[in-house]
Design a binder for this molecule. Structure first.
Ligand code: CMC
Length: 392
């Protein structure tokens, strides 16, 4: 019998690993607040970098602070030329999430002057470098996957517009940013900025608790986000919708297979560990889906399938009993697709959105004197003791 072990908690359903002042969620009431501000108000009124500052520093930036933050980020968008060529060594069909995590890991080899975890100036420099360079890395992962030349960032553009141009611009002709698309993407990124102790943020904190640098910790977070139960769900939702469309299977029939727990069949984009009535982000995203597709003049039958799926599932006792509702990932894919992003880029967009949250948590943790290295216990269920067989 082990001593000192008081509980076994698969999936950390009932274990708080830290105190945090960044994000508040009430899963029963469908409430999400960043530093006390309701997500609905944040999504309506803010910019991505303003929210990043809020999450990291705890208060809204003054106009001068925001201008300075924005300016510092613009001045760090360039990647070291050797890091640019790093992409050419990877297979063209690599998943962009693998490219992203590898390149972020490589940042700690190129920017060794900001690896300290205790020097506030270096932490700030790493913060700015990550916020500036992750979108550029993401766009290069995209360009690599479609065989197009990389563009250099245009620092006269805003954070989101620069990112759109790097993805959809070409060397051949100037790129006109569509303001509808730009605002819609910014809003989606804001909705993803933080979500307290989810799997990737907890990973960033766990890795950071060993005093690993910010680049290493964020790279680990990106890998945790990759899985289909977490950020990878947005890609999986689109595949699920496309499969339903291509197979000609009715939505009812598909839902029956989900309920029968056919192996590997889940209603992706549904269910959440914390939200048990609705995911407030999903409400906002669904609203955006209609607006963005209408503004871009896109009619996508996948949106119709998604809406039908939602309707059928919400009326079904299986989903009611288990309190399963659409989560943030259910409608995002349809919007990203309408914007022109390939399916494999969807989780990368989630990573760009979540970056400020990861940084804010890493910084909160490293500044908290109560922080200890993360080291879960286990309940040992193997043999007690055996003698090594003689004569082997
Ligand atoms: N489709 C069908 N059944 C489901 C689903 C689903 N999407 N989600 C949960 N269930 C069932 C599950 O089979 C279980 O049933 P039973 O009690 O009969 O065994 C019950 O609901 C409870 O589920 P759970 O797996 O114990 O719940 P969890 O809190 O451990 O998992 C989850 C949460 C999000 C991993 C899960 O709901 C899921 O796999 N959803 C699909 C993937 C997804 O959309 N992930 C994105 C999450 S939100 C954004 C993010 O974090 O990235």
């Amino acid at each position: 019998r082990q001593t000192g072990l008081t509980s076994l908690d698969y999936g950390f359903v009932n274990t708080a690993a830290t105190r945090s002042a960044i994000t508040y969620i009430d899963g029963d009431a469908g409430i999400l607040r960043y530093r006390g501000y309701p997500i609905e108000q944040v999504a309506e009124n803010s910019t991505f970098l303003e929210v990043a500052w809020l999450l990291i520093h705890g208060e809204l930036p003054t106009p001068a602070e925001l201008a300075d933050f924005d300016d510092r980020i613009r001045r760090h968008t360039l990647l070291h030329e050797d890091l640019r060529s790093f992409f050419s060594a990877l297979p063209h069909d690599a998943h962009p999430m693998s490219v992203l995590s590898s390149a972020v890991s490589a940042l700690s080899t190129f920017y060794q002057d900001s690896l300290s975890v205790s020097d506030p100036e270096q932490v700030e420099l790493s913060t700015v470098r990550l916020l500036a360079k992750l979108p550029v890395i993401a766009a290069y992962a995209h360009k690599k996957s479609i065989g197009q030349a990389f563009l250099y960032p245009d620092n006269s553009l805003s954070f989101v517009d620069n990112f759109l141009r790097l993805n959809f611009g070409t060397l051949a002709e100037p790129y006109e940013v569509n303001p509808v698309l730009s605002r819609a993407l910014e809003r989606l990124l804001i909705l993803h900025e933080d979500h307290e102790q989810n799997a990737s943020t907890s990973t960033v904190r766990l890795v950071g608790s060993t005093q690993a640098n910010l680049f290493a910790s964020v790279s680990a977070g990106i890998n945790a986000l990759y899985g289909p139960l977490h950020g990878g769900a947005n890609e999986a939702v689109l595949q699920m919708l496309a499969n339903i469309r291509d197979s000609g299977e009715s939505v009812q029939k598909f839902v029956e297979r989900v309920k029968n727990k056919e192996s590997g069949v889940k209603l992706m984009g549904f269910g959440h560990r914390v939200y048990k009535n609705f995911d407030p982000r999903a409400k906002l995203v669904k609203q955006s889906a209609d607006e963005v597709l209408a503004a871009l003049g896109v009619h996508d039958p996948l949106l119709d399938i998604a809406k039908e799926l939602e309707e059928v599932a919400l009326a079904d006792q299986y989903f009611v009993d288990r309190r399963l509702y659409p989560n943030v990932d259910f409608y995002t894919g349809v919007i990203y697709k309408a914007m022109g992003f390939p399916t494999r880029m969807f989780t990368v967009l989630f990573a760009i959105g979540r970056l400020p949250g990861w940084i804010a948590h890493w910084r909160e943790m490293t500044q908290d004197p109560s922080t200890k290295i993360g080291r879960p216990q286990q309940l040992y269920v193997g043999d007690v003791e055996r003698n090594w067989p003689t004569g082997r």
